[in-house]
Design a protein around this ligand. Structure first.
Ligand code: F6P
Length: 368
């Protein structure tokens, strides 16, 4: 190995399409261009807590063939168990950060590439600072809420899946003269709902960022019927605010809470307000699985190559990002700070309103 570099790579947080394409790109660039060794760490930071550390050396032969196209992450991931407040079996929380740092040291890593969203990158950065690790971040999240990058790995595929869902809901909606409600993911950001709603010809798009009323939704549906159309498509972001305030959440058997369930409320309210027959589809994790689309494959590949080049240049504590048709890099801290919600005065909201889509209040400003 020239330079003798040994770099680690892990995926952290919720999975999404394109993670394997990133891993593939990192392995190719690191091994083929620089002749380094790449160590894949299993199940995010959890792999670093176990002894022996769960890892495997990745070679170009391992990542060729199907990996570019493959959904999920071959390394596994986790979106629970903050190492600084790790949930223990007795219900207490324990700081296990030093175990992770020593896990990295055991692997003899010169640098670590962490693929994650804002939460994961914040944790990895803190670990890197406390443990003197050389970290480079790669943004991934279907929510597309990380700042300073126009796009994160996984977002485009999630939008494509949600758009396809609307394409499939439209004919059945028309056949039965129904209002179809599609609930999509996105956490506190409405990017998936807005983009898929426009691309999929929705009549109503409800976002966490914009207040909306049942009357506003009902009026749009009445208007559609008055013009002779017998169906309507409604897209709702999982974290859109409920009419009485608050968010719809679900609690799982292990006590974890996530957004979810607002589609059912809205379907009911629409039926009540308009008399329309209404059905609800909750798209859920379908948005995260499956093969990445071409744009996600491109972004993932560009990010992976650039991340390795940053290590070659000794430039750490940086996140690769997409800006103005090219890959750039920014301080990880700045990206985490610059949370990217939907721009309520931005092009897409204006486009939606321009198309007559109800996106909440105020609506209908023709020159906004
Ligand atoms: O952050 C990605 C995301 O898919 C969100 O859109 C969603 O709210 C959440 O993760 C779901 O988490 P889990 O996979 O734990 O159910």
């Amino acid at each position: 190995m020239s330079n003798g570099k040994r770099i680690g790579i892990l995926t952290s947080g919720g999975d999404c399409a394109g993670l394997n394409a990133v891993i593939r790109a990192v392995v190719h660039r690191a091994v083929t261009t620089y002749n380094w060794q790449v160590v894949g760490i299993e199940e995010g930071t959890h792999g670093l807590l176990d002894r022996p550390v769960r890892h495997r050396v990745l070679l170009p032969a391992d990542v060729d063939g199907t990996m570019l196209r493959q959904g999920g992450t071959v390394l596994g991931t986790t979106n629970k168990g903050d190492p600084f407040a790790y949930p223990m079996p007795d219900g207490s929380k324990k700081d296990r950060s030093q175990e992770i740092i020593s896990g990295c040291r055991e692997l003899g890593l010169d640098a670590l590439i962490g693929i994650g969203g804002d939460g994961s990158l914040a944790i990895l950065r803190r670990l890197a600072q406390e443990g003197g690790l050389n970290l480079v971040g790669i943004p991934k999240t279907i929510d597309n809420d990380l700042g300073l990058t126009e796009v994160s790995v996984g977002y485009d595929t999630a939008v494509a899946v949600a758009t396809e869902a609307l394409d499939r809901l439209q004919p059945t909606a028309a056949s039965h003269a129904r209002v179809m409600v599609l609930e999509v993911m996105g956490r506190d950001a409405g990017h998936i709902a807005l983009a898929a709603g426009i691309a999929g010809g929705a009549d109503v798009i409800l976002l966490p960022e914009i207040p909306w009323t049942v009357e506003g939704v009902a009026n749009r549906i009445r208007q559609i019927r008055a013009h002779g159309r017998n169906f309507a498509l409604v897209v709702v972001s999982e974290a859109a605010t409920l009419p009485g305030g608050g968010k719809a959440r679900q609690e799982f058997s292990d006590g974890q809470k996530r957004y979810g369930g607002i589609g059912g409320y809205i379907g009911h309210l629409i039926a009540e307000a308009t008399g329309a027959e209404t059905r609800v589809t909750v798209l859920g994790h379908v948005q995260r699985g499956g093969s990445p689309n071409p744009r996600d494959r491109l972004i993932a590949s560009a990010f992976g190559v650039h991340a390795v080049d940053l290590i070659a240049q000794g430039r750490y504590d940086r996140m690769v990002a997409w800006s103005n048709r090219k890959v750039i890099d920014v301080p990880i801290a700045d990206a985490i700070k610059a949370y990217a919600a939907v721009d309520v005065d931005g092009t897409l909201v204006r486009t939606a309103r321009g198309l007559g889509i109800y996106v909440g209040e105020p609506m209908g400003d023709p020159v906004a």
